[in-house]
Design a protein around this ligand. Structure first.
Ligand SMILES: Cc1ncc(COP(=O)(O)O)c(C=O)c1O
Length: 386
């Protein structure tokens, strides 16, 4: 058998997909499963986005496209509030990609050398850890705390930053906590990045998914993405377009240029007909996000209230994204044991917190991208003993 590379051996992937596979197996065996494991909104993409793809294919817009993205999409993005917050970036600060995940890889590969330190929130999105391990960066975890409503604290970032810090990753609203950072916190983290001349990678895929009229603050306003801020974003969550695989990254030109070359060398370009869907989604007056937000808000409140009524479980009210991180430490089980038991005994699929980092080992993540009826049913099943 051929030996695998060290890089391949470090690969972790996204364990949620393994949980989904187990849940599907049980389903195939006739078990009724309630799904809370994946962060995939159960809403349909806008009609106009779907029609734009069909039309583009019928018009034979099915060839290679410019590798950094079609001009119409980049222009529409530059004028939209998807990535920018009150300024218009230059077109060559934008890179159109197949979703946001790959942007993390491109951005880290183009700025971080093996051994460079990268500060990552714990708990945080699993791809950060996988990609950083794959690229041999040194991961420096900064703990998020439930007492601080899981928000990233600039003092904690400062405590672990040093001259070897090459990048700081922030994610507000956050997966898996749903926390949304305040303006002061964002400004503070930007200050640390500036002091140590580090890249500040701001993952804003949930930027539009917020409740209680809370604002999303992006560090991009401080340098207009000309110096150090790289904004990672996509149509996946805000426009319920996960399967389209369409994203846009905004950053300093010289970094975006190299990320574009990496994209060109590895996947050539994003399908042109998919990019047309992005143009249509941005131009559609029917606001897909606000329709979703209304329903997500109802689910958020229902789920968190229900969880807090169950013995041994407590859960902070998240202010963004569509995740609730429930504390199950009083059950005497680890998050992993609890998640296994929940799936086997109650047919409820959730993600154990440990997947997102050690700080969440006594937690499980519920993704409320499922109907309210399923949420109520899950709460009822959890209330039943044993
Ligand atoms: C924080 C975060 N960043 C990035 C992504 C990847 O998004 P995309 O589907 O656009 O690749 C996800 C998906 O779950 C996420 O939660």
């Amino acid at each position: 058998m051929i030996n695998l590379s060290h890089a391949a051996l470090s690969l972790q992937g996204q364990p949620m997909f393994q949980i989904l596979a187990r849940a599907k197996q049980l389903e195939a065996a006739g078990v009724n499963i309630l799904h809370f494991e994946l962060g995939d909104p159960d809403f349909s993409a806008n009609e106009s986005a779907k029609q734009a793809v069909i039309e583009a294919i019928n018009n034979n817009d099915t060839h290679y496209a410019p590798s950094s993205g079609i001009y119409e999409l980049k222009e529409a993005i530059a004028k939209s509030d998807l990535t920018t917050k009150g300024f218009v970036p230059d077109i060559d600060q934008l890179l159109v990609t197949a979703g946001a995940n790959i942007q993390l890889y491109y951005a880290i590969a183009c700025t971080v050398n093996p051994g460079d330190e990268v500060i990552v929130p714990d708990p945080g999105f699993v791809s950060y850890y996988s990609i950083l391990n794959y690229l041999k960066a040194k991961i420096v975890r900064v703990p998020l705390r439930e007492e601080n409503n899981w928000r990233l604290n600039p003092d904690d970032v400062l405590r672990v930053a040093n001259d070897k810090t090459k990048m700081i990753i922030m994610n507000s609203p956050s997966n898996p906590t749903g926390a949304v950072m305040t303006k002061e916190e964002v400004e503070g983290v930007y200050g640390v990045a500036e002091y140590y001349n580090a890249v500040l990678l701001s993952d804003e895929v949930y930027g539009k998914i917020r409740y209680d009229e809370v604002n999303q603050y992006s560090p991009c306003v401080y340098d207009k993405c000309k110096e150090r801020v790289i904004v990672v974003n996509s149509f996946s969550k805000s426009y319920a377009m996960t399967g389209f695989r369409l994203g846009v990254c905004m950053g300093p030109k010289h970094i975006i240029e190299k990320m574009g070359l990496l994209l060109e060398a590895t996947s050539s370009c994003v399908s042109p007909f998919i990019q047309r869907a992005g143009v249509a989604a941005l131009q559609d007056s029917k606001n897909q996000t606000s329709i979703m937000l209304h329903l997500l808000d109802e689910r958020r409140k229902g789920l968190v209230k229900g969880l807090n009524e169950i013995n041994g479980i407590s859960c902070k009210m998240p202010q963004g994204a569509f995740y609730a991180l429930a504390n199950i430490s009083k059950t005497g089980m680890t998050g992993e044991e609890f998640a296994n038991k929940l799936l086997t005994d109650k047919g409820i699929a959730v993600t154990p917190g440990i997947v997102f980092g050690n700080e969440a080992k006594d937690y499980v993540r519920f993704s409320y991208t499922t109907r309210m009826a399923n949420i109520s049913e899950a709460i009822d099943r959890m209330r039943e003993t044993p």
